[in-house]
Design a protein around this ligand. Structure first.
Ligand code: PLP
Length: 388
């Protein structure tokens, strides 16, 4: 059994009878024939389709979800001395990109039920140095963007939604990516909309920010060899765009399958009286990038599942603020030591995030998980619970 089965997707039949794999091959071959490997027509076509799908005026594709965050922070002019409020319970890129622009991550706690940034803890962390908030939409469910925006608006602070795990998710019937000043996502192969390599995108309704993000992702160029800004090489390959255009054709069906599978997990676990399954708020629709449960004896369960050939994963075993790269005292000798005289981050009480690090376990989850496979996973989890 695989944690995420990327191969099963290729056998899906599209309209016209061909498989997704054949459609992808056809699209890749078109690129090989026209030869515009960088900024070819598929890139623009993908950006148009994604902007429409998300419901924003502008989509700028970039080389990864990390670069999407970096370009967004640069476009918002986040610089040394600035503070960026975010969650400590995310993939490293969320904090890394804040540090790359020389700003200070300010970590506030997550909500116990959704694992996303707790808007009730936001206001106390805002200072005159706060220049943006990065809310992460973890496991496929958007953060409470409505309440986060309400507070951000009060202080006139822009908001970035790190939607690397939530492309396609909805919050009050609006899609992830359209819920804040800038939304970002990732097309890493195992994300809900994954390519066959690295990729990402930024979404925004603000035309001047979109223009800036685009320039930044093209070495700050306004035209060839004329560099108006400091940027970097942040482009999405044409071949990745071609692959993603194919994959978009099955994406809506996949979201439905992910929800069907997640609901079946919840229902079966509930029948056994195991209730520590993900809670999706009623204003949200999740794309279940992960199906993550909570356990008191996680290591035992994880080991038992592994012995039964069921792969699991921990998203995430430690807080971003505990990573060595952020802590000089733990022996890190990074360039940041020069940039920041003392603490390179600040954190508030992170009690819920700490608990989550100790308890969460992600089970196999992808749109093509079969019922018998799922039953085996559920039964094995239950059996291991009975033994603890
Ligand atoms: C995957 C991920 C990223 C980084 O995306 P890449 O495309 O791998 O650079 C950033 N934030 C979160 C929350 C992620 O899950």
């Amino acid at each position: 059994m695989q944690f995420i089965d990327l191969k099963a997707q290729q056998n899906q039949k599209l309209k016209g009878g061909i498989t997704l794999k054949e459609d992808i091959e056809k699209n890749i071959n078109k690129v090989i024939e026209h030869g515009q490997y960088i900024q070819g027509p598929e890139v623009k076509q993908l950006e148009n389709e994604l902007a429409k799908y998300v419901g924003v005026k502008n989509c700028i594709t970039v080389s990864s979800g990390t670069d999407a965050l970096l370009a967004s922070l640069m476009a918002l002019d986040i610089k040394p001395g600035d503070e960026v409020i975010t969650t400590p319970f995310s993939f490293f890129a969320t904090a890394e990109t804040i540090l790359l622009v020389g700003a200070k991550p300010i970590f506030i706690d997550i909500r116990r039920d959704s694992y996303n940034l707790d808007y009730e803890k936001l206001e106390m962390a805002i200072s005159s140095k706060t220049k943006t908030i990065i809310a992460v939409s973890l496991y496929g469910q958007t953060a409470d963007m409505k309440n986060i925006n309400k507070i951000a608006d009060k202080y006139n602070i822009p908001v970035i939604e790190d939607g690397a795990q939530s492309f396609g998710a909805e919050h009050y019937n609006k899609r992830s990516g359209s819920l804040s000043t800038i939304g970002t996502t990732s097309f890493f192969p195992s994300k809900p909309l994954g390519g066959y390599g690295d990729g990402g995108a930024c979404f925004t309704d603000d035309d001047s920010l979109a223009d800036k993000i685009r320039k930044i992702s093209l070495h700050g160029q306004n035209k060839r060899y004329s560099h108006e800004l400091i940027g970097f090489n942040g482009r999405l390959d044409t071949i990745q765009a071609a692959i993603l255009l194919s994959k978009l054709k099955v994406f809506d069906n996949e979201i439905e399958s992910r929800n069907r599978i997640a609901n079946r997990y919840v229902k079966r676990f509930e029948e056994y009286g195991f209730l520590n399954t993900p809670l999706i708020s009623k204003e949200n629709k999740s794309v279940y990038a992960q199906f993550t449960i909570e356990l008191d004896y996680r290591e035992k369960v994880k080991k038992y599942l592994a012995e039964n050939s069921i792969p699991t994963s921990i998203h995430y075993p430690s807080l971003l603020s505990d990573q060595k790269a952020l802590n000089h005292s733990k022996g890190n000798k990074s360039i940041f030591k020069k940039v920041f005289k003392k603490n390179i981050y600040k954190s508030f009480d992170l009690e819920n995030a700490k608990l989550a690090c100790e308890k969460v376990l992600s089970l196999p989850m992808h749109p093509y998980l079969k019922e018998d496979q799922q039953d085996l996973i559920i039964n094995t989890v239950i059996k291991s619970l009975e033994n603890t």
